[in-house]
Design a binder for this molecule. Structure first.
Ligand SMILES: [Zn+2]
Length: 59
C-alpha cells in the first residue's frame, strides 16, 4: 500500500525533513563545477527537526 508517510513528531513541518537545498546559480566555476548556493531552512536552521510542537513565532 503506497501511502504517504505521515510526518513524524520532531520533523520540521516547514521543510518536511529536508532542511538544506542547493540552489543553482547558473554557470560553472573555473573548476567546471556547478555553482550552487546552499540554503537552510529558516525554521529549524538546517537541522530538519522541530524544536518544539509550538509554531515558532517570527517577527
Ligand atoms: Zn526546517
Amino acid at each position: 500500500m503506497a501511502q504517504p508517510t505521515p510526518p513524524k513528531a520532531g520533523i520540521c513541518l516547514h521543510c518536511g525533513g529536508f532542511p538544506a537545498v542547493a540552489i543553482t546559480l547558473g554557470g560553472r566555476n573555473r573548476r567546471g563545477h556547478l555553482r550552487t548556493l546552499t540554503a537552510h531552512c529558516p525554521v529549524c536552521h538546517g537541522t530538519g527537526h522541530a524544536l518544539t510542537d509550538r509554531r515558532t513565532v517570527t517577527a
